[in-house]
Design a binder for this molecule. Structure first.
Ligand code: ACM
Length: 266
């Protein structure tokens, strides 16, 4: 707070929940066994989604979010919502019965139902919800702020609905992807050179209400970042480019930017 930094925690549900399922296998649909994923393939392969038909899931997330809400002064909590496979929900009889009982037409709507329940838990603790752009699918929770990672399209769609937006597009704002020469750097799943990150146009189309764009975010996921030194290496200088896009008038001058970046090399 002294440095005007506001920390917003993310508890990613209903997908990306393997750590929770490993500790509490009863919150999944298959019963496990589960094992925390060190960063290998997961989507549609490993069950990593919580069971949205199980009341215990909501009891647990209420406890977690209550505790997190009390620890972080920010008015926002990020509840994830990204990359939640529907495979295990489709295959589970209890979940299919739950959907029929609650008149939920498909698994996408079920995810939306789940996110709306997260929204009401957060409201109890005076917090506002942020979620990745998948929360648009199946119906957006009423007060949600959308963080756009699959390009800008989710952010634009949300702004068209009058919702707040944060742009965090992959791969340009993904600090875990390669930025240097692939022949001399550890391989990653994608790439964004400094010039790609710098030149990315992260603005909303002019006809939309510009005040809905709360800001920009760079993501340093750390599955392929083994230590602090490498974290620093991946963050800079691309974070300069993102910061400048967020905090300046938006005019770009690559040659002049590079000169200013090089001052920081020493
Ligand atoms: C994401 O990278 N799954 C938000």
């Amino acid at each position: 707070a002294d440095r005007h930094v506001e920390i917003i925690p993310e508890i990613d549900v209903p997908g990306h929940s393997l750590a929770l399922l490993t500790a509490y296998p009863e919150l999944g649909t298959t019963g496990g066994p589960f094992q925390v994923n060190p960063g290998s393939q997961f989507f549609n392969v490993i069950e990593n989604t919580v069971d949205p038909s199980n009341p215990k899931t909501y009891d647990m997330l209420d406890k977690i979010l209550k505790e997190v809400a009390s620890l972080f002064p920010s008015p926002y909590i990020h509840i994830g919502g990204d990359e939640a496979t529907k495979k295990f929900w489709k295959e589970d009889e209890n979940i299919q019965d739950f959907m029929k009982t609650n008149k939920i037409k498909n698994e996408t709507e079920l995810q939306s139902y789940f996110i709306k329940r997260m929204e009401s838990i957060l409201h109890k603790y005076d917090k506002k919800l942020i979620g990745w752009d998948e929360i648009l699918e199946g119906g957006l929770a009423e007060s949600a702020t959308v963080m756009s990672w699959r390009g800008k399209s989710g952010g634009i769609e949300a702004a068209k609905k009058g919702r707040q937006v944060i742009m965090s597009p992959a791969p340009e704002y993904y600090l875990d992807v390669l930025q240097g020469d692939p022949s001399i750097e550890p391989a990653t799943y994608s790439m964004s050179r400094l010039s790609d990150t710098y030149h990315y146009d992260s603005t909303l189309p002019a006809e939309l209400d510009q005040s809905l764009l709360l800001g920009l975010q760079g993501n340093l996921w750390t599955e392929e970042v083994p230590n602090q030194r490498h974290a620093q290496y991946m963050t800079w200088p691309r974070a300069f480019a993102i910061s400048e896009a967020a905090w300046s008038s938006g005019e770009k001058d690559w040659d002049e930017f590079v000169e200013r970046v090089e001052v920081h090399f020493k």
